[in-house]
Design a protein around this ligand. Structure first.
Ligand SMILES: [Zn+2]
Length: 60
């Protein structure tokens, strides 16, 4: 039997609300730039900022 391991790297973006500090993790989208203003916060009416962009590698 032959086992082939496939590595898949998925990029994630972590957004942090500048007002209440809520962290939201979502999949990375093209055009995401670190420390730029992003979307509206779900918990308050503040704006979220991109805090972190990272990749997670999963072996399949
Ligand atoms: Zn907020």
């Amino acid at each position: 039997m032959i086992f082939s391991k496939k590595k898949i790297t998925t990029a994630y973006t972590v957004e942090k609300c500048t007002k209440c500090g809520t962290l939201t993790k979502r999949k990375f989208h093209d055009g995401d730039v670190l420390f730029t203003k992003s979307t509206k916060c779900n918990s308050c009416d503040g704006l979220t900022r991109i805090e972190k962009i990272f990749g997670e590698t999963i072996e399949q």
